[in-house]
Design a binder for this molecule. Sequence first.
Ligand SMILES: [Zn+2]
Length: 91
Amino acid sequence: MIQLTTAATLTNAITKARTVKPLVRVNRFGSYTVTNKATGATYTVECAKRDGKRFASCTCTAGTRGTACYHVAAAVSAHIQLAAERAALNF
Ligand SMILES: [Zn+2]
């Protein structure tokens, strides 16, 4: 699990995500499938909130070691957007 504190935690991962531009698919709110379109590598990212703290996990090698990978950066971006839409729609 990677604790998400500030955007700085994900700076390198965000930079890589902007370069790789992975495909993010929503499995359900909080669960995303992230695919590197060039290699076909696919990983699952889970986002969760516990005790007011935000966490994410990824099934890739870096992610399972607790490193903030670009899959997490890409999925968190989608998650934040989805959460904002849900809040706006009030459900
Ligand atoms: Zn990953």
